[in-house]
Write a protein that binds this ligand. Sequence first.
Ligand SMILES: C[S@@+](CC[C@H](N)C(=O)[O-])C[C@H]1O[C@@H](n2cnc3c(N)ncnc32)[C@H](O)[C@@H]1O
Length: 389
Amino acid sequence: MNPFALVGEVRLKPGKEEPCRRRHPWVYRGALAATLPEKKGPVAVFTANGELLGVALPGASTGSLALRMVAFGEEPWNASVLRRRLVRAWKLREVVREHSEAFRFLHAEGDGVPGLVADVYGRFLVFELYEPAWESYLPLLVEEAARVSGAKTVLCRRSYEIGVEVLKGAAPAEPVPVREYGWLLVADLLGGQKTGLFLDQRENRLLLSRRARAARVCNLFAYTGGFAVAARVGGARHVVNVESSKKALALAQRTYEANGLSWNEGEFVQGDAFLVARQLALRGEKFDWVVVDPPAFVKAAEKQARGLSGYRHINLQALKLVREGGMLLSCSCSARVTVEQLEGALLAAALDAGREVRVLERRGAGPDHPVSLFCPEARHLKVLWCAVF
Ligand SMILES: C[S@@+](CC[C@H](N)C(=O)[O-])C[C@H]1O[C@@H](n2cnc3c(N)ncnc32)[C@H](O)[C@@H]1O
């Protein structure tokens, strides 16, 4: 069956066409004048007046997004269009391939493939589907992605299903070591979070590595210790990694070993970062650098107030741990939290902590996570590099 063949058409309600005209790829359910065709597949999207807006793939039936646009106006939607998008994305990653083996190859909306992600880990490639609509394109995607990347194994994860499917080659028997700048990270492609690693933090790990000489570092929400090995390879004296997942911490130890790093007492602490940071502060511990990289606290619009208070609370504990003149790297990966909101949470925390905070740089993900100017909401990671007095 041809996955590019249109299964039907849909009209929008009057006045709901403006985002599509501005090449925004999301159409919410409330904008549809009628229900979508029962058959799943690409549909032609029209204004209430019958003007063609483009072609879209259906969103998962449970989500608030009804459609994700893959072509606008008269643009075609076919195999050569999709192949071209993959080739273009691969070329854009050249700048990252120069120094790192693990990177994002396809970044959903940012690469013209809304709801679809692909990450490369050396000779392994992992797709992550956020929309079931991409399922029927997998044969073409696997063939073309393997061709341009040279991947020997292609795996598939799905945000709506547990488990990993092997689409090509053999699954790795062990977690996979991959070079990132001057250190190795060990990625569990079958059971790790995301597709294995948080690739969006690469440039921020480099920042820390370059500034970590002789530093004491507190790495809150450490996952597999990416920031920690970057810091230790950069000459940090000691890192305290705090992480709730036992499995992630076990992989962090393997990551240290892969880099030939020994560890001291207290380098790995399993626990709730809120509680552990508080205990460290009560003990009067001070660090040259504190990294705060929590999971997304704001996952839905209605949970925003609660999520923002989470950022305020953890940053308050973190600020107490930074020595006079030390550095804080405060991150949020909630798409729904703007950088101004993160700064607002940090401001409230600074007032509570009685500390002066200067933002040296607003940062984000690296160039393998492009953001379409037409869809700024897809910018997830916000990072504030701050000096604390
Ligand atoms: C965004 S990831 C951190 C990624 C990491 N900085 C890196 O560079 O690989 C967030 C991590 O926080 C952990 N986590 C979630 N809630 C936690 C909590 N309350 N205390 C400690 N860790 C937590 C998750 O298991 C996950 O590993």
